[in-house]
Design a protein around this ligand. Structure first.
Ligand SMILES: [Zn+2]
Length: 163
């Protein structure tokens, strides 16, 4: 039985936070969304302690937000993929991103932007492409280098993962 942080609170938000409210959990979901599927990639991307990453990944698998698939048997090595339940966190992440930009902005503008893969338009806080108006999902978007708001997203950046 999993530990419960808010046992007396009957609220969908409390229930969601039971699942994704631990330190690092949402950032791990974000980094997998950006294509970092392997333990070492996530560790490097986040600078997170191995034991913490290991525990959070297990929890996210238990909660069916991530799915673990073996890519090597000897030694055993795994990659992590988002389930539909995990992909459905995308609008929450986009909303948090915009909220963070509004209230804790980076001094030189955002260093990374989330854009529509097809057209390179920025994703609004409602998950809509600001250039073509499409309603987007996690699969339609990609992170690119922002180099400060106001800097135009280079055309060649659309459709390519950042380094
Ligand atoms: Zn678009």
């Amino acid at each position: 039985m999993l530990r419960r942080d808010y046992p007396g609170v009957d609220s969908p938000i409390a229930k969601a936070l039971e699942v994704i409210g631990e330190r690092w959990s949402l950032l791990i979901v974000r980094t997998v969304m950006h294509g970092n599927r392997r333990f070492g990639e996530m560790q490097e991307n986040l600078g997170i302690a191995r034991n913490v990453l290991s525990a959070r990944l297990q929890r996210l698998v238990d909660e069916e937000i991530l799915e673990r698939r073996a890519y090597s048997e000897n030694p055993p090595r795994y990659e992590y993929f988002l389930t539909q339940k995990g992909l459905d966190l995308w609008p929450a992440l986009i909303a948090l991103l915009h909220w963070g930009e509004r209230y804790s902005p980076e001094p030189n503008g955002p260093s990374r932007l989330i854009v529509h893969k097809e057209c390179g338009g920025e994703v609004s806080e409602r998950g809509i492409c600001e250039r073509c108006g499409k309603v987007l999902t996690a699969r339609d978007a990609i992170q690119v280098s922002g180099a400060g708001r106001g800097a135009k997203v280079p055309a060649e950046a659309a459709g390519h993962a950042p380094d």
